[in-house]
Write a protein that binds this ligand. Sequence first.
Ligand code: NAD
Length: 426
Amino acid sequence: MSSLLSDANQRLEKALRYVSLPQDVVERLKYPKASLTVSIPVRMDDGSLRVFQGYRVRYDDSRGPTKGGIRFHPNVTLDEVQSLAFWMTFKCAAVNIPYGGAKGGITLNPKELSKFELERLSRGYIDAIADFIGPDVDIPAPDVYTNAQIMGWMMDQYSIIRRQITPGVVTGKPIAMGGSLGRETATAMGAFYAIQTILPKLGRHPTGTSVAVQGFGNAGAVIAELLFNAGYRVVAVSDSQGGIYAEQGLDIPSIRQSKESTRGIKAVYCEGTVCNIIEHSVITNAELLELNVDILVPAALENQITADNAHRIQARYIFEVANGPIRSDADPILASKGILVFPDILVNAGGVTVSYFEWVQNRIGIYWSLEEVNQKLKGMMTQETERIWATAQELATDLRTAAYVHALNRLGEGIRARGTREDYLK
Ligand code: NAD
């Protein structure tokens, strides 16, 4: 078994100690159902041909069609895509969405491609995987370095291949192509609802709670702003180039405004279009993770906290907005320091939840208001956060294990309903 996936399986092994499931269920969940590797030839703007490597993995579909984002990143490997598909399987079950888990990716640095090239690549990827996906089979969505426009191209290409408009094949689309209101902010909004549900249980209040956010993209920038607006003191943010820190707190809307025009993260305070630099320190991503803050929000990539740096982490609570930001070898070190970790399969489930809402709207042909979407999202996130918190208390275990137990029980029902050894031989 590959390294990232075997690390992901460590969490499963631990959760299995708390549930009594037929061996069939355990065996089924250890391996991805299907993994596809494709080569995507793309005509570049200078006339040359480049062939990119792409993947799509469907991990488990016992609870419904599989669902998962598509990542464009230089580090994408089949191993990574399989692990992300594994997490999607457990995430959908943890928040009770009738989907299995999947993931896709292309190995490239998208910043090196023109927009024309990105469109040809996105359409070429769909040409290559069209028989592997479908609105009742497997439904992609955005992930790192992919966005609504790319999802729009992908839906369009699938519709051309099938000769019928098929909005339900991809979620995270532009609104004009059947996207859902609230999808772009859903991951952060879901994480925000989870944090707000937990905070009173920790005896805390937003005012006086300091936060550091690693990653300032779709998920990270929005969660930073939601927390800022709710009165939290967001003292540090970062992107792939590094981070900024200010003890008194950063003005997140100003930083987002200036990032849009300059592409970089700057510690600014803006009034209208005039932005002034405020007092701050420039920090590395490694330093951001080790800040003495109440809440740390990793919202970039996986394996940011490992046994190598876990003993230097000072945050009291970690909310995993990224997928897999903590490697399993860091778990016991963080636990021994009393750091509570709120796991990715719960905290970032808002994205897939509103993707599900988008798919439902595509199928019924009726579209909901932003208020309706956020109301439904809040209901689901609050309910499942409460349940996972209660499971952790009941089993006297950590929240990640509780979330896996919660998901495993639902996955177990789906697999068991089709018959296991115990049913056939009783
Ligand atoms: P994005 O592409 O919008 O943003 C990624 C951000 O991370 C960028 O600001 C980038 O500069 C930064 N980054 C990249 N490498 C970094 C590094 N080494 N150190 C620090 N920052 C770095 O991606 P996103 O959609 O915000 O996804 C971020 C994480 O959230 C991923 O783990 C993704 O799987 C997870 N997630 C996203 C969604 C979603 O709906 N977008 C849903 C669930 C989970």
